[in-house]
Design a protein around this ligand. Structure first.
Ligand SMILES: [Ca+2]
Ligand SMILES: [Ca+2]
Ligand SMILES: [Ca+2]
Ligand SMILES: [Zn+2]
Length: 316
């Protein structure tokens, strides 16, 4: 077994929920429910101001967020619980106006960033067509912001102001893409049109460096212990089911022990390239024609997390 890489660009600071805090509470804001600490910090927002016009997530959007919490719980030993009615959680979720001149789609306040009660809060801003959205773009956007709240930064925000990732650790310009971190602003070089359906390779590694690994968890669903002896199938009809997705876009973390897991390209129409080594990428798609295989390029759309052992493979 190797170790988790230390990708400093993603957590180049003290940002995290305090050690020993293993349960993080969350609330979905109601219409007009701007927490009072925003008024304390920024004043009462008027039209044109950031945080004006708070509107709620839809039920489907709340369900997306909660499924992401279950997913993150399978990776790190942290639990997310909805705050009791009438109280605000450590994390809040809502839509609001972005404020004049702010083109960002969302915002997630870093835990440990000194923001007091602002820490952990996630906003999706009006003006980007996200109200009522429940597709893969909304799912990716909220997962991106939740990952910020857990303490990870954009790979290109390393403090030197040039917008490029810090060189010399793990990230290179090439690696500054969603192939390696969903916090990158650049799409996967071979996969531009797809939204990541999971955290990416380095996101999982860095969250596990900070919080520890959830070993023996049932991937996507379960508590510690549920992964012992659990044989998982990653492919059509399996634990991660990419169904009819032409270019599935995921990183597989399986903390199970004494198991036999399989990465499968069965049912995919294009030739597959499968690499079962940890930290490596496989190409499992229905769209081989989009890629210049003869040039040595491949889709590299499915990765295996560091310290994850996938024991078997099935070709297309
Ligand atoms: Ca908060
Ligand atoms: Ca397993
Ligand atoms: Ca395994
Ligand atoms: Zn971001």
């Amino acid at each position: 077994m190797s170790e988790l890489p230390d990708v400093l660009e993603l957590h180049n600071g003290p940002w995290r929920w305090p050690a020993g805090k293993t349960t993080i509470s969350y609330s979905f804001l109601a219409a007009g429910e701007l927490p009072s600490y925003y008024v304390t910090a920024f004043g009462t927002p008027a039209q044109g101001d950031k945080y004006y016009n708070v509107t709620p997530f839809s039920g489907a959007q709340e369900a997306i967020v909660e499924s992401q919490f279950r997913y993150i719980e399978s990776i790190i030993p942290i639990r997310f619980e909805e705050a009791q009615a009438g109280t605000l959680g450590d994390m809040t979720f809502g839509f609001a106006d972005p404020g004049t001149g702010n083109s960002r789609t969302g915002e997630g306040y870093l835990a440990g960033g000194g923001g007091g009660d602002l820490q952990g809060d996630v906003w999706i801003f009006h003006g980007h067509g996200m109200e009522g959205a429940s597709g893969t773009l909304f799912a990716w956007l909220t997962l991106h912001e939740i990952t910020h709240t857990l303490g990870l930064e954009h790979p290109m925000d390393d403090g030197d102001g040039n917008g490029n990732p810090q060189q010399g650790y793990f990230f290179t310009d090439f690696q500054d893409s969603t192939q390696f971190s969903i916090l990158s602003y650049k799409g996967h070089p071979n996969n531009w049109n797809n939204n990541p359906s999971s955290l990416a390779l380095y996101d999982i590694a860095e969250l596990q460096l900070i919080y520890g690994r959830n070993t023996n968890a049932d991937p996507l669903l379960g508590p510690v212990g549920a992964g012992v002896g659990k044989d998982d199938l990653y492919g059509k009809g399996g634990t991660i089911d990419w169904g009819n997705d032409d270019i599935p876009f995921a990183c597989i973390y399986d903390g199970g022990i004494n198991d036999f897991d399989t990465l499968s390209a069965a049912g995919m129409s294009a030739p597959a390239i499968i690499d079962l080594r940890e930290g490596r990428f496989s190409s499992i798609t229905n769209k081989a024609q989009d890629f210049s295989w003869e040039d040595g390029k491949s889709a590299d759309n499915v990765s295996i997390a560091f310290l994850t052992e996938i024991e078997g493979a099935v070709g297309s």
